[in-house]
Design a protein around this ligand. Sequence first.
Ligand code: SAH
Ligand code: SF4
Length: 422
Amino acid sequence: MKYFIQTYGCQMNKSDSERIAGMLKSLGYKKASSECKADLVVLNTCVVRQSAENRVYGKLKNLEKLKVQNPKLKVAVIGCMASLYSEKIKDKADLVSSIEELPKLSQLLKNIEYLNPESDYLHIQPSYGSKFHAYVPIMTGCNNFCSYCVVPYARGKERSRPAKEIIKEVTNLIKKGYKAITLVGQNVNSYGHNLDKEINFAQLLKKVNNIASDFWVWFVTSHPKDMSDELIKAIAEYEKVCPYVHLPVQSGNNVILKAMNRGYTREHYVHLVEKIRKEIPEVALSTDIIVGFPGETKKQFQDTVNLFKKVKFDMAYIAQYSPRPKTAAYKLKDNVSPGEKKKREKILTDILKETALEHNKKLVEKIVEILVETGKRGSTLMGKTKSLKTVKFESEKHLLGQIVKVKITQAMSWGLKGKYVK
Ligand code: SAH
Ligand code: SF4
């Protein structure tokens, strides 16, 4: 039996897919190279925006056609869409399961008592998608209830994984030769709040940093309201923790930030950025923005524009507001037109192109370390710097999965070109 997993959405979902793959492998399934060659297609879904949902509905339609050619094909819908809309999807798929119910899925598939259905899905041994860079979940769910966001409804309450489990998973990966670890959670800055043994995220980073061997550590996502001075110092001090902070601001206007229930002001955010840049001068900063939140006026949007020009992000994920059922903002009128949302998105993208280029240009002529993530020997290789910038370069050598040195020769807005040094 062969499986094929299609993942939508965030890094948490990518990480969850590795646990789904791990479970399927333990049941004897093998990975298929495409959905046409699979006996089981798993869609690991996202509900953050309507567009993500629509893609899944489209895919389900296509799979129906595939089922005509291959009547034995089974389709499973897993993840956030399954937890929110199981009723709506149940007729469109053979199996529908939230990620928390993953242990139960093993029984549904094989009809055997393989895993304890009550067990924590994070205990499932993952089958990592990469042999050198792994996503390690440190928490699931979210308690923040930002007014536009469906994540707390789809993933439930915030729950941190005990530090021991995380350290064990990371240690095993490092023993296997992994070079980079991304710690993932919806709000990693509030890590540890629900655990019996008191620990915060900065202390967890210390434990990870203490694991012997050379490797890099990234983490997502930080919440500006919870980012402590202790954490900023930890990123600056621990040599394995990379100088990259993803710090979603969402809006630069205080009235909108309040309506979004973000729990901080524009001034707090700007001050936080100043502190981070002072402590970690080489840091790269990225953010998330929502344009066209209900009631966002042109003037309020201008505050986001000004913030963008002031902060000068290295990267930003700019989204047009999408009303999500169950959320507080769903009751508000989605009154910014699609055309205006698109216009606002473009204004920010144009500024980002400039600021990203400005940051990237600083790297030209510098020799930087990169982790080579794609490319075959003799072709164009692609890697990531510690500050998560993409670098393309040529080499005849087999360098996949290695940390190598590259001299940067050219800067673009969305990446860099370099020359292999060693
Ligand atoms: N936990 C992270 C982000 C989770 S969702 C955080 O707090 O920042 C990822 C991003 O999707 C959000 O940062 C936000 O910018 C975007 N997003 C969430 N809900 C949205 C909605 N209803 N419409 C448009 N974008 C949304
Ligand atoms: Fe959603 Fe806010 Fe939680 Fe992020 S912090 S997952 S945006 S509710």
